[in-house]
Ligand binder design. Structure first.
Ligand code: FAD
Length: 305
């Protein structure tokens, strides 16, 4: 079923999930066991992230360097196929422009179609490590709106298409107004729904949603949440995702930095309060970034859905 139809037919907000494909070597049973705890809550869909191959330069015996592409994780296609076969849930593979030609993307889409996948999340992807600005593959797409257009051009309405958005602005955009105008390009190209980057202060989300509506973006906007679980994440998360963590949460985590259990509980309670507040404020769903850690997300879903 298409996500837009799930949202249109829902009676109350639901919880959805994002998982990251495991590293190569993890077995299918291990992957499915990590998802199983969520299944008692019947999430309507699970997103599966997509990771471009990394580039490595290896020194040869003659001293020259050769370029190699390395894939560390299983593909989103393989992971989606195994989840679909095991559970009654829609899968939403992410599709990125980075590292892919238009032909590569078309090959992936025909695999999705073959598997009966009806939903995708269309993204640009990040730059390669060490690359200053995102560089598209020759014959590839530069922005996510071009990818959405290409999917619509080839497949019409066969796929329901989601896109990403940033309540605290995408780090490359000069300002929020421009970023929202670029988000609107994706919707005008045919995106059916939006999932946001994680945020830790709901005020960012509400302001962003108001600005989107004012700009004429009328598709469903699903907020993304992630429970923090350690003080170390205070350095990693803002750097990785270009976002702010409220001082109150920072202080609490820093005060218990050496106490793993306390940090886990602080992050869980903060995210749980965010979730409760969002559910009172007219969201179609809450999307959880699980990042391989089901326990805290399971607890939050148990409390609120
Ligand atoms: P775009 O929408 O193309 O925007 C990128 C930048 O360009 C923005 O600053 C925007 O304002 C600007 N822009 C957009 N269109 C135009 C245009 N036509 N002309 C000029 N400027 C423009 N990354 C992964 O690698 N794999 C994943 O699985 C993944 N999942 C994600 C899931 C979600 C929900 C989100 C929010 C992000 C995810 N990302 C993922 C990260 C994402 O790929 C990066 O944030 C990337 O830098 C931007 O992707 P985008 O699709 O938002 O890009």
């Amino acid at each position: 079923m298409k996500i837009k139809d799930i949202i249109a037919s829902q009676k109350k907000p639901f919880a959805s999930l994002e998982i990251v494909p495991p590293l190569k070597g993890v077995t299918k049973d291990e992957l499915l066991d990590s998802i199983r705890p969520f299944m008692e809550f019947k999430p309507p869909f699970i997103n599966v992230t997509c990771h471009r191959d990394e580039v490595e330069f290896r020194q040869e015996p003659d001293g020259s360097f050769t370029r190699h592409t390395v894939r560390r994780r299983l593909s989103e296609t393989a992971v989606c196929a195994s989840i679909q076969a095991a559970f009654d849930v829609e899968v939403v593979p992410h599709l990125i422009c980075g590292g892919a030609t238009a032909e590569n993307i078309e090959d992936t889409l025909s695999d999705f179609k073959f598997l009966g996948i009806e939903n995708i999340l269309a993204l640009r992807g990040d730059s390669l490590l060490g690359e200053k600005r995102f560089t598209p593959e020759p014959g590839g797409y530069r922005y996510a709106n071009e990818l959405v257009e290409a999917v619509r051009r080839t497949y019409g309405q066969e796929f329901c298409i989601g896109v990403g958005a940033y309540p605290e602005k995408h780090f490359e955009a000069p300002n929020m107004e421009t970023d929202i105008a670029n988000l609107k390009r994706k919707v005008n190209a045919g995106a059916d729904f939006i999932i946001t980057q994680m945020f830790f202060d709901n005020a960012h989300f509400y302001e962003f949603r108001d600005r989107c509506r004012f700009a004429g973006i009328n598709v469903p906007i699903i907020p993304g949440l992630k429970p923090l679980s350690s003080a170390k994440q205070l350095e990693m998360i803002p750097d990785l995702f270009s976002l702010d963590i409220p001082q109150e949460l920072v202080k609490e985590l820093q005060a218990h930095a050496d106490d793993k259990a306390a940090c886990y509980q602080i992050g869980l309670e903060w995210c749980s309060a965010q979730c409760a507040d969002l559910l009172k404020n007219d969201v179609p769903a809450v999307h959880f970034y699980t990042m391989g850690r089901p326990d805290n997300t399971v607890e939050i879903i148990r409390r609120h859905f």
